[in-house]
Design a protein around this ligand. Sequence first.
Ligand code: RB5
Length: 145
Amino acid sequence: MIALGSDHAGFDLKQEIIAYLKEKGLEYKDFGTFSRESCDYPDFGEAAARAVVSGECERGILICGTGIGISMAANKVRGIRCASCSDCFSAEMARLHNNANMLAFGARVVGGGLALKLVEIFLNTEFEGGRHGRRVGKIMAIEDR
Ligand code: RB5
């Protein structure tokens, strides 16, 4: 199950992501927003992030205007490693090296074609582990200090 969240700026692109997930037969849960009406991205970033840390969803995808605000909000939730990416290399490395459990991007930054590519990479790349496991462990240990 993939958690989705966006604000009004990301609403239309989120519909494109939903169509892509449906086409691939991938299950998702949309935590809103559900219209283009102006709203506050932290509400939806947090809701989707909580579904990821609870285990209800394995990974999450977040969209706002830039990808920045909604990723900042998600990263405040204990256990979340949300990477805001606007290129394929970063999306791949976010999984390989950082074990990102959420991907964010900006609907005012990336087009639909690139967004779908970022999603595909994020969902199909596995964490390398090894030395990167130690480093990610150190990131997560910061939450306990
Ligand atoms: C909304 O106008 C915009 O600020 C928001 O979508 C996002 O880009 C914030 O980081």
